[in-house]
Unconditional design. Structure first.
Length: 416
């Protein structure tokens, strides 16, 4: 059928009849229907985030206290990467003044008991920020996925949706490209970089300014938290109370007891874990819940999908190009396929994020397109579908406009 009528062979009905996934697809439909029928808490905004703070005040992504732009608390870094106070009164040229402020940071002193921390000035001057947390064990390839995701953005991957980008801090962005993007693209395996600083608190690893089709600018900051980061100290979990979106990354070698992954597990010294990712459970247990579902937008990603490039339905989705436009039921079919695959082979424990969040899409992605050998990817890296999880989250937050609005994206329309 694949040879004679490939489009017909890919129809969900035929596929589920052949591979036994139909009961799991039906379970996915029932779960979505239950989410649609459950009213959302009345005090939640349409994009799943709390109501806006007082004018000019933002939520510090570290200490979670209110912060406003204060020109008396600005700093810049010197040649030794040490902070020195910035005196704007000496800069009369408005063009130079704006350029200097773009590279400056402000010390946040809202919580005197919190370790010293600084916020990039553009983060404070471009509307309400959006914070995104990558969650999963260190073996899942989260850092590679995040690096390729940001690289796709800076290559203009969001332009098809009317979204442009700019760095929040040019110096920090250049360092991220130099230390993360360029080595990975040249085929080097990246070392694990902890998302927790020496003081035990989570720090975002990169931030960008995204401009939507209406010209509205939102700072977007990315946190990269591994399982060992989350259990090291309770302070590392504090930032989750103010997080705006989450990406849960599933390692197929840990989740799926498929025979084609046995050689990989043996090489990596890992085993299938039927209890799910412990990092998922740690995060879900900490997030505040006002009803049966968590209202923060979320996405699940079956990472390293190149390991399953011949496994249905991965074989289909891994070759799909990015959508040219966002529809009301975008990612629903892909979500159903990933849900069925995990439910059938991994078990319900690996689907805890989908069950916990009202709006949660599921995705297939590969950050590298191949396996490493002696610290390198011999054929280089070829990322596949790394941007789609973020596209979904941006649609849930209204930065990418979708028919039906942000509140319904990820839940889909009722089918009859």
């Amino acid at each position: 059928m694949e040879l004679l009528a490939p489009e017909e062979a890919r129809r969900p009905g035929l596929a589920s009849a052949a591979d036994g996934s139909r009961p799991h697809q039906e379970a996915f439909d029932r779960a979505l229907d239950a989410k649609r029928r459950t009213p959302a808490p009345a005090d939640d905004a349409a994009d799943g985030t709390p109501e806006d703070r007082p004018p000019g005040e933002l939520l510090c992504p570290y200490c979670l206290e209110g912060i406003q732009l204060d020109l008396s608390k600005l700093f810049v870094t010197d040649d030794q990467m040490q902070y020195r106070a910035l005196d704007l009164s000496r800069i009369g040229n408005p063009v130079r003044r704006e350029d200097v402020m773009r590279g400056a940071v402000q010390q946040c002193t809202a919580d005197p008991d919190f370790p010293e921390h600084h916020i990039p000035v553009p983060y404070l001057t471009h509307g309400r920020p959006l914070t995104v947390a990558m969650i999963g064990q260190s073996s899942t390839g989260k850092s590679h996925l995040l690096t390729q995701m940001i690289a796709e953005i800076t290559d203009g991957g969001l332009e098809r949706y009317g979204v442009g980008w700019q760095s929040v801090n040019p110096e920090q962005h250049a360092r991220f490209v130099r230390e993360r993007v360029q080595p990975l693209r040249s085929g080097k395996v990246l070392d694990h970089t902890s998302g927790v600083g020496l003081d035990g608190f989570a720090r975002f690893v990169e931030s960008l300014l995204l401009t939507d089709a209406r010209g509205r600018v939102r700072p977007v900051a990315f946190f990269d938290l591994g399982g060992e980061d989350l259990v090291r100290t309770d302070g590392a979990l504090r930032f989750l109370l103010g997080i705006d979106a989450l990406v849960f990354v599933v390692d197929p070698a840990l989740a799926l007891p498929l025979p084609q992954l046995d050689e990989v597990r043996e090489r990596w010294g890992t085993e299938v874990d039927r209890d799910g990712d412990a990092a998922f459970g740690t995060v879900l247990d900490r997030l505040p819940r006002k009803g049966p579902y968590l209202e923060t937008p979320a996405a699940m990603v079956l990472g390293k999908s190149d390991l399953l490039r011949f496994q249905p339905p991965v074989d289909r989705w891994l070759g799909e190009g990015p959508p040219g436009a966002i529809g009301p039921d975008q990612f629903r079919e892909e979500s159903g396929d990933v849900y069925a695959l995990l439910r059938q082979h991994a078990g319900q424990a690996w689907l805890r994020p989908f069950d916990a969040f009202r709006r949660c899409t599921l995705h297939i992605a590969s950050a590298t397109g191949g396996q490493e050998s002696q610290g390198r990817y011999p054929a280089g890296t070829g990322p596949r579908r790394v941007l789609e999880p973020l596209v979904s989250l941006l649609a849930m937050h209204g930065i990418i406009e979708a028919p039906g609005g942000a509140a319904s994206f990820g839940v889909g329309r009722e089918t009859r």
